[in-house]
Design a protein around this ligand. Structure first.
Ligand code: GTP
Length: 240
C-alpha cells in the first residue's frame, strides 16, 4: 500500500451505461455524470491509474435491437456507438474538472477518438491520463464485461472493478429473499458451483483463467469508488 493509502496502482473500472441513467429511463442524467466524474477526479488525485470501459445500455442495447428485428451483429455495432456517446460525455465532464483524460475507441473513428492501441493506452496511463475505452472489443457478440476483462488483462490492471446497481454478490436473489447473505469474498470455482451471475460466461472464464480479481460493488452509493481503491471492504471480491 502506498503513502496515500491506495490499495491499487492501476484499476480497470467497468461502468455500465445504466449507471448513467440515474432516475431517467433513457440517456444520461447530468447529476449522476457529475457525481461519478467527481469520484473519478478524487481517485485520480490519489495517484491511481484508471482505465474505464463504458457501456451503452442507457442509449442502445444490441439484444434490444435484435428484438426490433435488426440483425444481431448490426445491432451490436449500434450498441458500440452508444458506448462512444457515453465516453465523450464522460470525457467532457472529467476535462471540465481538470482531469487529463483520453478516449480510445476499439473501432476506428479517428475524427472522434483515438483508436485503441495497447501500447498507446499504456503510455497514456503512465503519463497520468485517465483512459476511457469505448466501443467494447470492437466485435459484435462480445459484451462490455468481456471488453473490460480483456482490457484489464492487456493493460495489466490489478483488479477489475465492476460498478453495478447492487451491493455485491448474494447467495440468493436478495429481492426475492431478504435473508440472503452477501459474500465479502468468493472464489471463481464457488461462483460457478453456485451458478451465481457475476458476468457473462465469456468474460468470467477469461478472468478466471488469468486470475484477474473482480470486485462487484454498488456505484449508486457515493464514495464507493474511493473506498474500493483504498481497499475498504465494500461489495464482493471474486478471486482464486
Ligand atoms: P503524447 O502521448 O505525449 O505524445 O501526447 P498527446 O497524446 O497529447 O499527443 P497527440 O498528438 O497524440 O494528441 C494530441 C491530441 O489529439 C489529444 O487530445 C488526443 O486525444 C488527440 N488525438 C490523437 N490522436 C487522435 C486521433 O486519432 N483521433 C482523434 N479524434 N484525436 C486524436
Amino acid at each position: 500500500m502506498s503513502d496515500s493509502g491506495i490499495q491499487y496502482k492501476r484499476i480497470l473500472l467497468k461502468l455500465s451505461g445504466e449507471a448513467l441513467l440515474g432516475k431517467k429511463e433513457f440517456g444520461i442524467d447530468q447529476q449522476v455524470l457529475h457525481s461519478i466524474a467527481e469520484e473519478l477526479r478524487e481517485i485520480h488525485s490519489l495517484g491511481v491509474e484508471v482505465a474505464i470501459v463504458i457501456g451503452g445500455g442507457n442509449i442502445f442495447r444490441g439484444v434490444a435491437g435484435e428484438r426490433l428485428g435488426i440483425n444481431r451483429a448490426r445491432a451490436d455495432y449500434m450498441g458500440m456507438l452508444a458506448t462512444l456517446i457515453n465516453a465523450l460525455a464522460l470525457q467532457d465532464t472529467l476535462e471540465k474538472k481538470g482531469v487529463p483524460v483520453r478516449t480510445m475507441s476499439a473501432l476506428e473513428i479517428i475524427e472522434i477518438a483515438e483508436t485503441y492501441v495497447r501500447e498507446k493506452a499504456l503510455r497514456h496511463l503512465e503519463k497520468g491520463r485517465m483512459l476511457i475505452l469505448a466501443c467494447g472489443t470492437g466485435n459484435p457478440f462480445f459484451t462490455t464485461d468481456t471488453a473490460s476483462t480483456l482490457r484489464a488483462l492487456e493493460l495489466q490492471a490489478e483488479i477489475l472493478m465492476k460498478a453495478t446497481k447492487v451491493d455485491g454478490i448474494y447467495e440468493r436473489d436478495p429481492i426475492q429473499d431478504p435473508t440472503a447473505k452477501k459474500f465479502e469474498e468468493i472464489t471463481y470455482d464457488e461462483v460457478l458451483q453456485r451458478n451465481l451471475k457475476v458476468m457473462d460466461a465469456t468474460a468470467f472464464s477469461l478472468a478466471k483463467d488469468n486470475g484477474l480479481p473482480i470486485l462487484i460493488f454498488n456505484i449508486l452509493n457515493y464514495g464507493n469508488i474511493k473506498k474500493a481503491v483504498l481497499g475498504e471492504k465494500i461489495g464482493t471480491i471474486v478471486r482464486l
